[in-house]
Write a protein that binds this ligand. Sequence first.
Ligand code: MG
Length: 381
Amino acid sequence: MKNHGRASVHEFLGDFIVYRNLVPMDGRLPPLRRIWEAAAVAQGVIPRKSEPAYARVIAHLLREARQLGDAPGALQRLVYVGDTRLNDGTAFANLCSAGGWPGLAFIAAERDGPQQLEFVPVTTAGGEAATMCLSNRWAALAGFDHYCRERGFAIGPDTAVIVDLDKTAVGARGRNDQVIDRARVEAVRRTVGGLLGTGFDQEGFQRAYDLLNQPDFHPFTADNQDYLAYVCLILGSGLYGLDPLVRRIEAGEMGSFRQFIEEVDSRRSGLSLDLRAIHQDIVERVRAGDPTPFKAFRYNEYQTTVERMGCLDDGAAAEDMLQDEIVITQEVRAMALAWREQGALLFGLSDKPDEASIPSTELAAQGYQPIHRTETHAVGE
Ligand SMILES: [Mg+2]
């Protein structure tokens, strides 16, 4: 591994990127609320990455983005680079269908063992030809490019290249993703600790977080970090104990987060005034269907994330950077720059909530930038 110097995702994607709210960072592209109709998405709904509606929104944005570039014209094919077979694979298949494009996807997660490149045909709703290339090396991206060329799948002006942001362009899965996770846990800890003040029990918090973050508890937490942070806050307040709560979850008496927060609501007189106010804000957002209702946590997540970007000295060892910094995946950066040079349209997708990705007005005034414009080191083979 080698440090390739400082860079930002903006270097290869520009502002052609959407975070979870599907509002493109490039102001020339329409925000989601202006394309609900054109993309056949129900008004007021923000589709999630694995849903066909999400793909219709992105296909619409890709076509609009293509008209803004130096080579306006029709898009004919799709390339997708990501890190998660199920989630990215589904988004890829849906995008091929939404655009009517044949596609090739590269999905990687760094693992030991000899380098593998496995090709898996993907079924698309519209019957578009689509193949997913799975690898245990990010460095195999160059081999994927070679494969595209051999197949006559030319990556040029009529190609849209989707680059996943989280754990792909930054924090490569299997190599550097644990730093992203650490930033998130630190954000939960800072939020809960800040709200509980001197009564905060660091060890108890860690025990609750580590246990309830397990897949066994996903039916209860919906694998939602905002929900988990809220549960840790309520446990920390002493209104509930971890062991009795776990027993009720395991016995099937506490089936969902919604049930939990409504029960807390009925007992809210047991919370301090400050926590009652926070609870009130969150429960209202949950009832309104906001999937990221714990705003204070997400603002802290933005901070704990950018604190870990570019934080080490330029002379630090690449291995240390992979351990302690959220870095750009050099292989993705190099290939994206090459494809852009060939005329392809590059576009970034991030599933991170906008509050965790874009600075508040006050922070922006201090010079803070969105995640994709924040400099860090590029590390790779
Ligand atoms: Mg990802």
